[in-house]
Design a protein. Sequence first.
Length: 493
Amino acid sequence: MYLLGYDIGTSSVKASLVDAETGKTVASAQYPDAEAPIMAKQAGWAEQDPEMWWDELKQATARVEAKAAGSLAKVSAIGISYQMHGLVCVDKEGQPLRPSIIWCDGRAVPYGNAAFEAIGGDKCLEHLLNSPGNFTAAKLAWVKENEPEVFAKIDKIMLPGDYIALRLSGGDKKTTISGLSEGMFWDFKNNCVSKDVMNYFGFDEKIISEIVPTFSVQSRVCKAIADELGIPEGTPISYRGGDQPNNALSLNVMKPGEIAATGGTSGVVYGVLGEVNYDKLSRVNTFAHVNHNQPDTRLGVLLCINGTGILNAWVKRTVAPEGISYGEMNDLAESVPVGAEGLSIIPFGNGAERVLQNENPGASMHGINFNIHKKAHIIRAAQEGIAFSFAYGIEIMQKMGMEISTIKAGHANLFLSPLFRRTLAAVTGATIELYETDGSVGAAYGAGIGAGIYKDSDDAFKTLKHISTEAPVAETAEYKAAYERWKNALEKK
């Protein structure tokens, strides 16, 4: 019995085939090998063709079949993870009416800001838990004003994962509370589609797809697609989740106080909150987690930091000795003491930071001494600065009532660095646990939960492979002193 998970990313689609009994990944593949294109007709715009995602899914599926011939015929359930916040507009036949306005498109900011003012900041935060900002509802408002002929033809709006489920099923138009919440369509106080948002923007509630539980038999693969992909007809599509909630699921982060983190180009900390709450300054985003289900409140508090791994990559390209590997760079950083002898680096050099209330201070070095500091100090201060930025955001989450004792992460990117892990553990007081997993594998497990193959997430992830654990070190005081110095430098800007 196999489970098939898809991760619909911005740069590619990845597919993983998982043995439901052993938890072993039988085969995985992605398509394309190079990054998929993003269309930008104007500065700040970002669009992708939903048909491109569908073609990439078919190509990734074919590669999985090539690696595990005949296995797709034994698939028992399908799960979907997807890039969050994208807007897909479809007509009555389920055909896309325009390219998807994806997560990193910035054109809708004025529409979200105007809604925040008109509806009222306090009311937005109390009901939506966020500002409408640049999320899906604001993107739809842009279409309504600038492309009225497109807006008039919309039957349903969908998120990228909803659209992929539509294609697999042959036309089912469905969504989830978790998906609606990430688009700013869900009222947590009244537990329904937000009338404030719909009325302010002039949206008819009929454009919202049928709402189904995140873990459930939501649709089934139709005969035509089953024949095309080599998957059994009627296979349940039994899970869908945005990429960050799904990353948390992939690490079995489902209970209040549990934390998932990633450290790629940007950094994300995603924590589960067991009560309805929000940051009054909207420095973190709060959405319904994949297991949010009244009366069991499960919210995902999302902290995104733009300037993290991109700083480490910049240091490797421009500061570190030429030809050095990341592992060798980590070793070089370890040759200088904690705190890099007074050198602090602020990593916020990749655009406006939500954690700083959308300020864009740029990256900067503080306390540099030309007689002391060398390349090794800069490398260490950069990694410490990235860890400190995580801790800075985690403090906001703690003020919202989240008790943080463990941070779980995949064994990849920045979390491969012992120095980064040690610094983060020391300044947060949390234990860092690393696991072997990824988004498409997590989606496959989610499908198993939704189809009833597993009784719950603990049952599903009992075979999750633990790689290592990093507990707070004995020299915690030294790390915390360096963190306070870093924070002072940041807050003086």
